[in-house]
Design a protein around this ligand. Structure first.
Ligand code: HEM
Length: 218
């Protein structure tokens, strides 16, 4: 345990923590997206899936707590790495020149804040039903379709999914760097894998609010 704590104190440890928590969150998002697009076949299929998940009883709460811990670790590591980077150049530059890397870092930070706001809204929307116009507990598919009929909500989902796509793209790209998989001969596969995953996951999610906005999800 002491070793883990000592590793966490270093910049490399925090980067590894960000990478590992990010990879596990990506795994959750892949399965979450795959189950949500079932709404295009029949909303009841989503109910059956949610019912199956609830069948795990207390284990579902363990998974939820794990998910929350992953988000916490991911944010704490990002926050502390930002502070470490700022502390390394306390006076700032005489002439501020935004480079490509700092552009990506800013995108990650602001995008990350938007994603956090989205997650809070999302849970109050579809899990507790507080922000839902007509929430019926257990009717997950119907709740999804009805909740998306509110135009501004669907637009907010669409914008958040674009932010998630950008976050995803930069995040997956950096994971290769953190894991040392950044040899020039890898670059083509790195671009293909990063872009492919981003398009499938963010695109899959985005298709739902877009379908609602164009009247294709009723
Ligand atoms: C268009 C995009 C999305 C749709 C339509 C959607 C839909 C849903 C629905 C219907 C639920 C309720 C499930 C249930 O009660 O069983 C849910 C729960 C949840 N969603 Fe999403 N989701 C989307 C994107 C996301 C994203 C991008 C994240 C994370 C960044 C996310 C994180 C969660 C979490 C943490 C829960 C709570 C899970 C639980 O309580 O067990 N969702 N989502």
């Amino acid at each position: 345990m002491n070793r883990v704590f000592a590793l966490w104190q270093t910049a490399v440890g925090k980067k590894v923590a960000m990478a590992v928590s990010g990879i596990l969150l990506v795994a959750f998002l892949i399965s979450h997206m795959a189950s949500n697009v079932l709404v295009f076949t029949a909303p009841e299929k989503l109910d059956a899936y949610a019912e199956w998940l609830r069948g795990f009883g207390p284990l579902l709460w363990v998974a939820r707590a794990g998910l929350l811990a992953l988000v916490g670790i991911h944010i704490a590591a990002a926050w502390q790495l930002t502070r470490m980077a700022r502390a390394a150049r306390p006076k700032g530059y005489a002439r501020l020149e935004h480079q490509v890397s700092s552009y990506a870092a800013r995108t990650m930070r602001y995008g990350g804040v938007l994603i956090l706001v989205f997650i809070v809204f999302h849970i109050l929307h579809y899990t507790t039903g507080d922000f839902h116009p007509d929430f019926v507990p257990g009717e997950v598919g119907r709740n999804l379709v009805v909740g998306m009929q509110v135009k501004w909500t669907a637009a907010f989902y669409a914008i958040s999914m674009i932010a998630i796509g950008a976050h995803f793209y930069h995040g997956i790209w950096s994971v290769f760097q953190t894991l040392g998989l950044n040899h020039p001969s890898w670059n083509r596969s790195r671009v293909t894998l990063t872009l492919g995953l981003t398009l499938v996951v963010a695109g899959g999610f985005l298709s739902i609010p877009l379908a609602a906005l164009f009247g294709l999800l009723r």
